[in-house]
Design a protein. Structure first.
Length: 424
């Protein structure tokens, strides 16, 4: 049996160790400043979170023979991923591609690109802040990936989004708010409207200034090239609403039916409401199109690039950017684009390395596609034998190895007539 002197000595030793431990950390914080303090606090929080979450992870493992619990990350920081990836998951679940019996719990990444979308997904899915920690800890243990939700990408290659019902909906209060905001823009319940948008590098540069996003610049185009189409649509009875956030240039227009919405008190809510309620969206390749896509709004995509990444829905039409070979002073044919690999280039540098200059769609080409979409939706579009032959000639260039092989969309009829030489 230890005597009182021995116990006192051990206690004294513990106190000295504790003091040395505290002194060491205090000195490191004084020398390293706020960054060291934050690192130590995060380490402490991580330790306590592991201690708290581990029993829950073990419970999930024990329950697996009875019910499978999975954790999934929502790509909340980028609009295209936040919309299409999430909607595609729900479509897969409806169609039995995802495990319908599993209990799937999601968490958001940060920052949130649109708070209205977050609100709507949160009332549609099981979302919990704890899921991120549970997912991280679960992956550290053997068998963890059985508890991960296999999320689809933002490329609906084998189009399934059009095969199910829409999963998001507006509440009665939100519908009232949206209609009131439309009236403030000068649009009543009886006036149809079309949204139009082009990708603008200013958005990512503003939202994520810590990264160089210039590799995406190949997707940019000038919003001024869309004005002729907007004017034409207003002559057909529409209001035309320019969409965007943190845009680089304002519209130069005096037509009251063309609304430069980014400068008219835009909000996260109305970004979603307008793109969900418009007759169709006329837009370039960008995440904004994802909002209309998940609400099953037809897409008329211009300046589509790369070639294999065209929209896939049966109600969608598109026209691609053309590629100019500087060294040969000519346009590349579609076959050359496919054979060279340029049909999948996702970085500006890749085009530059091959000496390719990107040619944006002209205002006339954009206008023609907008008119084609309007007439298709109104069942007044006349399909000629020549147009069908050109369509078949274009789609015959693709085989199952191409990402767009299963696409149900159509390339613009006027564009093919103007550019039939590209089919050679």
């Amino acid at each position: 049996m230890r005597n009182s002197a021995s116990i006192a000595s051990e206690g004294h030793t513990r106190v000295k160790r504790t003091i040395r431990y505290a002194r060491r950390h205090f000195t490191e914080i004084l020398q390293g400043g706020i960054s060291v303090l934050l690192r130590k606090l995060l380490a402490s929080l991580y330790f306590f979170s592991i201690t708290f979450l581990l029993p829950l992870v073990l419970l999930v493992r024990v329950m697996r023979p009875i019910v499978l619990v999975r954790f999934g990350a929502l790509r909340s920081e980028r609009l295209g991923h936040f919309t299409v990836n999430t909607e595609a998951y729900l479509c897969q679940r409806d169609l039995g591609i995802q495990d319908r019996q599993a209990i799937d719990i999601f968490f958001h990444s940060a920052p949130i690109c649109n708070q209205q979308l977050k609100t709507m997904w949160d009332r549609t899915l099981h979302v919990s802040r704890l899921a991120k920690g549970l997912d991280r800890l679960s992956r550290m243990l053997p068998g963890g990936y059985a508890h991960v939700v296999p999320m689809p990408t933002d490329r609906d290659i084998h189009p399934i989004i059009g095969l199910t019902s829409v999963h998001l909906g507006f509440t009665t209060e939100e519908e009232s708010l949206g209609r009131a905001a439309l009236l403030e823009l000068g649009i009543d319940d009886n006036t149809p409207f079309v949204c139009f948008h082009t990708r603008d590098s200013a958005y990512l540069a503003t939202m994520h200034p810590d990264r160089d996003w210039s590799y995406h610049d190949y997707r940019d185009s000038s919003i001024q090239d869309y004005l002729a189409a907007a004017e034409s649509l207003t002559q057909r009875g529409y209001h035309a609403i320019r969409m965007g956030d943190n845009v680089r240039e304002a519209l130069n227009v005096d037509n009251p039916s063309i609304i430069d919405y980014p400068f008219k008190g835009r909000s996260a809510f109305m970004d979603v409401y307008l793109l969900a309620k418009c007759r169709f969206l006329l837009a370039s390749t960008s995440g904004v199109a994802g909002i209309s896509q998940i609400f099953r709004v037809p897409l008329a995509v211009v300046n589509a690039i790369p070639l294999e990444y065209n929209p896939a829905g049966a109600q969608d039409i598109y026209i691609p950017k053309k590629l100019w070979l500087r060294r040969e002073n000519r346009l590349m044919t579609f076959r050359e684009i496919l054979d060279s690999g340029a049909s999948r280039f996702l970085h500006s540098e890749e085009y530059q390395e091959l000496g390719i200059e990107l040619v944006d769609n002209s205002p006339d080409e954009i206008t023609a596609l907008a008119i084609e979409m309007d007439e298709r939706l109104n069942n007044t579009w006349e399909i000629t034998q020549e147009d069908e032959y050109l369509q078949q000639s274009y789609w015959s260039l693709f085989d199952p190895s191409h990402l767009c092989y299963s696409s149900a969309s159509r390339i613009g009829a006027d564009f093919l007539r103007r550019n039939r030489d590209l089919l050679n």
